[in-house]
Design a protein around this ligand. Structure first.
Ligand code: SAH
Ligand code: SF4
Length: 411
């Protein structure tokens, strides 16, 4: 057998650990189900078709006595063309359009607020059918005609990372697949990025995907996506479907604070890019600032990253590291970080801490961040310092819903 360099050997857990992980996954999924969103029904009994899987859509069509190929047509109009009314579905005859409209809607979250930053970052506040709200941010790339839509997966969060404003809000509920996909679809509406006469004709990007301003999705808004796995996975499956929005898995990034058992499942089932919110390299500190670490400590988290499938130099795992002045920003921290991720296809995003009203931390100075970045880079890892975007509209990481809530309480 060919000997592998030790740092590239997948760190596979022994069988009994896998059993424990399976039990832990069941527990997480059961707990998550308690926070499920209400069913997507209008008061008049009509059902929202957005967020249904292909099989569920086929069943809904069958229930009203229509042929299965109608589901395929609907999928195309809803997710490829982006239309929101049945009368625009020109391949469907008028009487059937009317019948569909009597039973169904093609929903969108309501846009309560849209704020444009000086740097073109755009923040949306969306309201869902039961009145709950979540924020979505579009972050354009400064140099290219592309950008990432930062999506929320929950209203609030059960975790309470010390530096994160979402962490001060308890979890109200999970977002449903319709609400997750709906954030992206509503953002696309705002940028007229559906095919059709009003669409931007961007041609093709390098990876064969159509060139679009809203080219990528990152699950870095409110909430912990791996504590809402079922809905997030369903939404991702819809977003990647080739006959609809057709985003490639390379353009979708799940960010997690380290829900180890669900990382394995996400890797096996979805294969999207993984970002891990590390933020500290020793358990004592990580226990304090990312309390989930008490359940899944650093060694387990790093082992889960090493076995995450599909990671390669072209598809590196991103480690997010928020720079907190005097807390986690020393050269010794940088050296330990490099030791932890040695041999892994990885990059390190250094995020200057974004303060929010009442937060207990300060951002490390630019010189300290530079010193940290240099150590990581010299060890062979890209270590970009994320420039804060949308600061003037409080659209930066960990600040979502702060300002909109404050504005409301003043109003
Ligand atoms: N719950 C997931 C995804 C949402 S948070 C997670 O924790 O990964 C997205 C990223 O923003 C995480 O890396 C998070 O740690 C970071 N973040 C949260 N609050 C922040 C703040 N005030 N300043 C900078 N980054 C922050
Ligand atoms: Fe939740 Fe992520 Fe904020 Fe932690 S950093 S409280 S996991 S949203």
């Amino acid at each position: 057998m060919l000997a592998q360099p030790p740092d590239l050997t997948p760190d596979l857990a022994p069988d009994h650990t896998l059993d424990l992980t399976g039990a832990e996954r069941t527990r997480i999924l059961a707990k998550s189900a308690l926070f499920d969103p209400p069913p997507a029904l209008l008061p008049d009994g009509r059902r929202d078709l957005v967020g249904l899987s292909r099989a569920e859509l086929a069943a809904a069509v069958a229930e009203i006595g229509e042929a299965p190929f109608r589901a395929k047509q609907l999928w195309h109009w809803i997710y490829h063309q982006g239309v929101t009314t049945f009368d625009l579905m020109s391949s469907i005859a008028r009487p059937l359009q009317a019948k569909l409209a009597a039973h169904f809607v093609v929903g969108r979250p309501q846009t309560v607020m849209a704020q444009l930053s000086e740097d073109s970052t755009q923040k949306f506040l969306f309201r869902f059918r039961d009145g709950q709200e979540a924020e979505t941010v579009y972050i354009p790339s400064p140099h290219e005609d592309r950008g990432a839509v930062c999506i929320s997966s929950q209203v609030g969060c059960t975790l309470s990372c010390r530096f994160c404003h979402t962490g001060t809000q308890t979890l109200t509920r999970n977002l449903g697949a319709a609400e997750i996909v709906g954030q992206f679809m509503a953002a696309r509406d705002a940028y007229a990025e559906w095919p059709g006469p009003d669409a931007l004709k961007g041609g093709e990007a390098k990876d064969g995907q159509s060139a679009r301003l809203l080219s990528n999705i990152v699950f870095m808004g409110m909430g912990e996506p791996l504590y809402n796995y079922v809905n997030v996975a369903k939404a991702i499956t819809i977003l990647m479907d080739n006959e609809g929005i057709a985003l490639s898995r390379r353009r979708i990034t799940l960010s997690t604070s380290g829900v180890v058992p669900m990382m394995d499942r996400a890797g096996a089932e979805l294969g999207v890019n993984l970002a891990v919110s590390l933020h500290a390299v020793r358990d004592a500190l990580r226990d304090e600032i990312v309390p989930l670490n008490r359940k899944y400590p650093i060694a387990e988290l790093i082992a889960a990253c090493r076995r995450y499938p599909g990671a390669s130099n072209a598809r590196r795992i991103t480690f997010e590291y928020v720079m907190l002045k005097g807390v986690n920003d020393t050269p010794a921290d940088a050296h330990e970080l490099v030791r932890l991720i040695a041999g892994m296809p990885a990059k390190v995003n250094l995020i200057p801490f974004n303060p929010w009203p009442g937060s207990a931390y300060e951002t490390s100075t630019p010189a300290v961040i530079e010193r940290f970045a240099k150590i990581v880079m010299e060890a062979g890892f890209a270590s970009p310092v994320r420039s804060p975007r949308g600061r003037d509209i409080l659209a930066a990481c960990g600040q979502l819903r702060t300002e909109s809530r404050r504005q409301r309480s003043v109003a």
